[in-house]
Design a protein around this ligand. Structure first.
Ligand code: SIN
Length: 314
């Protein structure tokens, strides 16, 4: 019999891992978030021996992930981790915004127990679905002695929730770690071979998250050939709270955007630089918040920064 401290809670949020198609040969024409997390677990007899429980937190295609669902997810993860008998939480999620949710959960909770997120690139109905192995790996990682922090287990690789980047639209091995980081480890026959430290950091805490108020409005804007300031101007006039620039190369911005950016800064709206390059950080700007983050992680970080400022206001 399992000891109570080995209980693992699996929270389902949808995604391709829970996707279903009418044809087993169809890996793209499916509906994400069709199957319950309970049925995904039931399909794996090897998990039947373990002390597991499932909870359907959401049933989304992760392109539709929203801040309210993030808040509910963070609260449920925290509530389960606080139970002495729970050793870890596993979260099934879509791959498309997995990096944003993983970053968000690590920054808000920085959990001392493992929170392992997993996903799939092919629907559960595919001839060679990748979800079952990914879920097996996620549960095995969740049981790994000493594991902690928000981790992501996909395609045999383990990533830090702070570094994840989706880099491929179709392949099973769709993830990498930025900037210039490799996987935290690999899963081999149900065991972790770890290369690097667990994700670190202080939890910002659930109290930071809005309850009845709106979340800060933070957008990502890419600098590009033929850049125009029209969208930026419209955002400024509509009350944008923060901007993340996906800059060209090592943090440069088209001259065409400069006056509108100045107007934003003059209004006290923070403007953070990231690079739109798939790898690398903005070199020479180690003090700049966001300079080593992807635009998507920087957007989450800036939102959390604005929320922290809001909380500090008298
Ligand atoms: C989603 O992100 O929910 C759909 C795509 C995927 O999971 O790969």
């Amino acid at each position: 019999m399992q000891s109570a401290a080995q209980r693992i809670v699996i929270l389902g949020t949808g995604g391709t891992i829970a996707g279903a198609s009418t044809a087993t040969t169809d890996n793209v024409g499916y509906k994400a978030g069709s199957l319950s997390v309970e049925s995904l677990v039931r399909a794996l007899p090897a998990l039947a021996e373990l002390a597991l429980e499932t909870e359907q937190l959401a049933q989304l295609d992760s392109k539709d992930m929203d801040h309210a669902t993030w808040a509910r997810l963070a609260h449920r993860v925290q509530a389960h981790l606080a139970r002495p008998e729970v050793a870890a939480v596993v979260v099934t999620h879509g791959t498309d915004t997995l990096e944003e949710s993983a970053y968000f959960l690590q920054r808000v909770l920085a959990p001392a127990k493992p929170v392992v997120m997993t996903a799939a690139m092919r629907p559960a109905t595919a001839i060679q679905a990748d979800g079952p192995q990914n879920l097996m790996d996620a549960v095995a990682l969740a049981r790994e002695p000493g594991a902690r922090g928000v981790l992501v287990a996909v395609a045999g690789q383990v990533w830090s929730g702070l570094e994840l980047r989706k880099v491929h639209s179709y392949r099973l091995q769709a993830f990498a770690a930025g900037p210039d980081m490799g996987p935290l480890g690999v899963m081999e026959e149900g065991r972790l071979r770890r290369f690097r430290a667990w994700p670190e950091g202080t939890a910002l805490g659930l109290d930071l998250l809005p309850q009845d108020e709106a979340w800060p409005w933070v957008e990502v804007l890419a600098s590009r050939a033929g850049a125009e300031a029209r969208a930026l101007e419209a955002w400024r006039q509509a009350g944008l709270d923060g901007l993340v620039l996906a800059c060209t190369g090592n943090g440069t911005v088209s001259q065409a955007l400069e006056p509108a950016l100045e107007a934003l800064r003059a209004q006290g709206v923070p403007v953070w630089r990231t690079t739109r390059c798939a790898q690398g950080a903005i070199v020479g700007a180690p003090e700049e918040a966001g300079a080593a983050l992807s635009p998507w992680a920087a957007r989450v970080e800036l939102m959390l920064t604005l929320l922290a400022q809001r909380r500090r206001r008298p």
